[in-house]
Each structure stands twice: as structure tokens, then as C-alpha cells.
Design a protein around this ligand. Structure first.
Ligand code: HEC
Length: 127
């Protein structure tokens, strides 16, 4: 390959990659509101996120690729076990996981906090 051919492969390769990168970045930003269901981001979902942070659920769980892999990924947990399953897991883990080798601690989640967490986990399962 001549130096000239290598130069044009570099120029065309770099320019087309940059153009594709910029287009895909623009396209992603264009769809953020639709893809995240921003219209369903109500106060209870936000409150659930605050409970999630206050109780440090990320210390053991992963959500949307962020967190720790000790306990199950909770991104789609709402679809897997539903509202009742989530409430049982967060309020009575010692009963639910009595026979499990892994342990989820009872974090003293109140009824209101559990409902908020359900709203947050339902929202994340739909984005
Ligand atoms: C100290 C680690 C730890 C923390 C902190 C923790 N969990 Fe867990 N959680 C676990 C483990 C371990 C399991 C799975 C137990 C098993 O399957 O044996 C679990 C299971 C669950 C499940 C059921 C998952 C499924 O797929 O069935 C939900 C829902 C859940 N946790 C929610 C939460 C929420 C919400 C918080 C924060 C309020 C939280 N957890 C904090 C360890 C933790």
C-alpha cells in the first residue's frame, strides 16, 4: 500500500466514523424523552429513587448496569416479580430468603417507601 492510499484510508475512515458518531449522538438525544418515558417520571418515581439512594440498594444490587453483582439485577425486577414481590422482598427479606445462601438485610423500609420503590422499579423496567 502506498503512503497516499494509507492517507486517504485514514481521512475517509476518520471522517465517516466521526460523522456516524455525531449522528448517533444526536439521534440518541432526540429520543431520550420517548425512550425514558419522561412523561411517567412523577413525584412517586422520584421519591422511590431517593429511597433507593438513602438505603444504598446499590451496595448489593445492580440497576441499569450500575451497582454491585452480589444480589440480582433489579432493572427488570418489576416485570419478573411484580409489585407484591418487590414489597415482600424489601419489607420481609428474612422470611423470603430464610433458606438462601445469600442474605438481604431488613433495611426497615416503611409501607410508603416500599410503594415509592415499586413506582421507581416499575419506571426503570419500562425504559
Ligand atoms: C446487603 C445486600 C443487599 C442490600 C443492601 C439490598 N439487597 Fe435486595 N437482595 C439481596 C440479596 C442477596 C437478594 C437475593 C436473595 C436470594 O435470592 O437468595 C435480594 C433480593 C432482592 C429482591 C428480589 C429480586 C428478585 O429477582 O427476585 C428485590 C426486589 C430487592 N432485593 C430489592 C432491594 C431494594 C429495593 C433494596 C434497597 C432498599 C435492597 N434490595 C437492598 C441483597 C441486598
Amino acid at each position: 500500500m502506498s503512503k497516499r492510499t494509507a492517507f486517504w484510508i485514514f481521512v475517509i475512515g476518520t471522517t465517516s466514523s466521526l460523522a456516524l458518531f455525531l449522528f448517533l449522538t444526536w439521534d440518541t438525544h432526540r429520543q431520550v424523552n420517548a425512550l425514558t418515558h419522561a412523561d411517567k417520571l412523577d413525584e412517586q418515581v422520584v421519591a422511590g429513587k431517593h429511597v433507593w439512594e438513602k438505603k444504598n440498594c446499590n451496595n448489593c444490587h445492580t440497576i441499569l448496569g450500575f451497582g454491585v453483582y452480589y444480589a440480582p439485577d433489579l432493572t427488570n425486577v418489576y416485570q419478573r416479580i411484580g409489585a407484591d414481590g418487590i414489597i415482600a422482598a424489601v419489607q420481609h427479606p428474612e422470611d423470603l430468603y430464610a433458606d438462601s445462601f445469600r442474605k438481604m438485610p431488613n433495611l426497615g423500609v416503611t409501607d410508603q417507601e416500599a410503594a415509592d420503590l415499586v413506582a421507581f422499579l416499575e419506571w426503570t423496567s419500562n425504559i
